[in-house]
Design a protein. Structure first.
Length: 390
C-alpha cells in the first residue's frame, strides 16, 4: 500500500526514548542539542514581527510563481549587503530550504540520479533525497588544523548518474566555510562534468573566529548555481516558513533552468501572502536577533575552550561559523553509548558524531545556542564524565 521511498526505520532510539522519559518525569536536562532560536532566551521585537503580518495587501491574491516582487527585492537587498548584485528575477521564494531542495532535485534529477553531498553533514538530506527518488553520494571533508574539501575524492565519486554537488557554506556541523580556492575547484568540476552546484548558505551570517566568507551569489558563475537561504537562520524565525533560492549561471542553460523552475513553483504556489508581505520588515530587523545570537555562540565557544584547554584529553575542532561545535574525545566507546551515558548519568543531552556521519568514535556535537549558564554547566558535567571515562 505504501511507497518504498517512505520505508524508513522510524523507531525511537534508546537515546531519544531516554530524553523523552526524562522530560516527562521532569528530571533536569542540560540540553546542548537546542538549536531552535525561539526557545533559547533571545529577545524578539514581538510587536514589529507580528505587525508585519497585518498588511492589508495580503487580502489580494497575486499568484506569482517566483513570489511577490517586493519580497524578492528585499532578498536582493540582503545580498547587496553581502556585496552581491542579485536580480530579483533570479530569485524564487519557498516556504523552507527543504522545499527549495525538493524543487531543485525535481528540476535536475530523474529517479535514481545522484547528488553528491559532503560528509559530515546534517541528516535531513537523506529524507529529502528519498522523497524525490534521488540517491545521495557522500564525498568527504577532512580535518587538518581546520576542515577542507577533498577535491580528489569528490571527483572519484562522479558517475554518469551524477547531476549536482551540494555544498553547505558554512557546513553544519563542522562550521567549515568553503574558501575561494575550494569554490573555484567546485565550479571547475561542475563546468567540466555538466553538473549543477547547489549551495546552502543558511548559516552565512554567523562567523565565529574568522571574517565571513562571501556568498556564492557574488562573482562569476561558470556553472549552473543555486544559492539557498531563509529567515529560519537569517532572522531567527524558523516558524515563519520563508526561504528562497537564487539562480545563477551561463546562458542558455540558466534561462532553461529558470523556465522549468517557474513551472515547478507555479504548480505548488506554496508561500502565503501575509508572510511574503512581511519578509521586507523581517529582513530589515534581522540585525537585533543576529547580534544576540553572535554574542551567545561566541561566549559559549569561549566556555567550551575554557573547559577543555590545550593539553586536555578532549578538545574542540576548529569551527569558522555556524551554531555548532565538534568536540573530540577519547574513542573508548561507541558514540551512541557515550551520549546515552551522558544523558542518563549526568543529565546532559548532546548529539553523537554518527548522527552527522562522522566516521569512527570519539565525536560529540554541541549546539552553541543554549543559555550560557546551561552551557557552562554542561561543559562541567562533560568534563567530569570524561575524567571517569579515562
Amino acid at each position: 500500500m505504501f511507497s518504498r521511498r517512505t520505508g524508513w526505520d522510524t523507531g525511537e532510539t534508546g537515546w531519544a526514548r531516554l530524553l523523552r522519559e526524562r522530560r516527562v518525569a521532569d528530571l533536569p536536562i542540560l540540553d546542548l542539542t537546542a538549536s531552535n532560536p525561539t526557545r533559547c532566551g533571545f529577545a524578539y521585537d514581538a510587536g514589529a514581527i507580528l505587525e508585519a503580518l497585518r498588511s492589508a495587501a495580503a487580502l489580494d491574491y497575486d499568484p506569482d510563481p517566483k513570489g511577490l516582487l517586493r519580497a524578492r527585492e528585499a532578498v536582493a537587498g540582503y545580498y547587496a549587503e553581502h556585496e552581491a548584485s542579485v536580480d530579483p528575477e533570479l530569485l524564487f521564494l519557498t516556504t523552507s530550504t527543504s522545499e527549495a531542495y525538493s524543487y531543485l532535485f525535481r528540476l535536475l534529477c530523474d529517479p535514481s540520479d545522484e547528488v553528491l553531498i559532503a560528509r559530515p553533514s546534517y541528516p535531513l538530506f537523506d529524507f529529502l533525497a528519498d522523497l524525490d527518488d534521488v540517491r545521495l553520494v557522500a564525498y568527504p571533508l577532512f580535518y587538518d588544523y581546520g576542515w577542507h574539501l577533498d577535491a580528489a575524492a569528490l571527483r572519484e565519486r562522479i558517475t554518469s548518474r551524477t547531476r549536482a554537488i551540494v555544498v553547505v557554506h558554512p557546513n553544519n556541523p563542522t562550521g567549515h566555510y568553503t574558501k575561494a580556492a575550494e569554490r573555484a575547484v567546485l565550479e571547475e568540476i561542475c563546468a567540466e562534468f555538466g553538473l549543477a552546484l547547489i549551495v546552502d548558505e543558511v548559516f552565512l551570517d554567523y562567523p565565529l573566529e574568522v571574517t565571513a566568507e562571501r556568498s556564492f551569489s557574488a562573482g562569476e558563475h561558470p556553472a549552473l548555481t543555486f544559492v539557498l537561504s531563509g529567515l529560519s537562520k537569517v532572522a531567527g524565525l524558523p516558524q515563519m516558513k520563508a526561504a528562497w533560492v537564487g539562480c545563477f549561471g551561463p546562458e542558455p542553460i540558466l534561462a532553461e533552468a529558470l523556465g522549468r523552475l517557474e513551472v515547478i513553483a507555479d504548480t505548488f504556489l506554496s508561500m502565503n501572502a501575509p508572510v511574503q508581505w512581511a519578509i521586507p520588515v523581517w529582513l530589515a530587523g534581522r540585525g537585533t536577533i543576529q547580534t544576540q545570537i553572535r554574542v551567545r555562540i561566541r561566549e559559549n565557544l569561549q566556555a567550551l575552550d575554557a573547559a577543555f584547554p590545550a593539553g586536555s584529553r578532549a578538545g574542540r575542532l576548529v569551527a569558522e561559523a555556524g551554531w555548532s561545535a565538534v568536540l573530540r574525545i577519547p574513542a573508548v566507546a561507541r558514540d551512541e553509548e557515550t551520549v546515552f551515558r551522558l544523558l542518563s548519568e549526568y543529565g546532559v543531552a548532546v548529539h553523537s558524531g554518527d548522527f552527522f556521519g562522522f566516521g569512527g568514535s570519539g565525536w560529540l556535537v554541541l549546539s552553541l545556542l543554549p543559555h550560557k549558564g546551561d552551557f557552562v554547566n554542561g561543559m562541567r558535567q562533560i568534563s567530569d564524565f570524561l575524567k571517569v571515562l579515562s
